[in-house]
Design a protein around this ligand. Sequence first.
Ligand code: PEP
Length: 251
Amino acid sequence: MRRPFIAGNWKMNLLVDQSLALAKAVKTAAGQTDTVDVLVAPTFASLAGVLEVLKGTGVAVAAQTCHWEPSGAFTGEVSTEMLKDMGCSHVIIGHSERRQYFGETDEWVNKKIHAAFRAGILPIVCIGETLEQREAGDTFKVLDAQLTAALDKVEASTMPSLTVAYEPVWAIGTGKTATPEQAQEVHAHLRVLLATLYDDSVAQQVRIQYGGSVKPSNVKELMAKPDIDGALVGGASLKADSFEALIHFDQ
Ligand code: PEP
């Protein structure tokens, strides 16, 4: 019942021409499947061009972050209303790199989720534990705190259009992937948490992506797990052939 959702986070990579070329390749690859939802998240600099290339194709386009205020004196920031105005359908919120390098807190993540829904944009909310936290046995405690804070006062009725991305920090860009069993254990746990915070229907509808060194060689095994509904992919989304293989994981 949950459609697989494969998303590419391009981070601070690719010049405009390179982004447009990759978007064209994604358009072709996504056109060859009707079983998987596909999304790309280019830099702000390439967003307008990528939106133009992917217009009407069904490939969703996300910003990598946003501000929670609709407008104002927030130099360098972009609001969810502005993203909506451009044609973005989604926004990634709370990526661990934003938390680690730009001081993004759980409170900000929560404000950004509300701002996304206010503007009619769908949030992809990232949570994840560090290696230190995992080794201390605190994985579930950390994830529960992050997700509970992120979802404060978020209505049950909007939850099915929110995506959670479980991204263990130790697996992002490191080449280390959580085993399918490790990821499934966490995803199942998060679904129980969603049922506790909301109800079983919400828990069954929310898609939970796994992120952390997903690549063509491990995507099948990960996606075979019952609670893994998709992937948020960094490195392997930057090359047309590897992202295409991820989009076609079920073929
Ligand atoms: C990410 O950017 O969210 C990510 C998971 O990166 P990578 O696939 O490179 O680990």
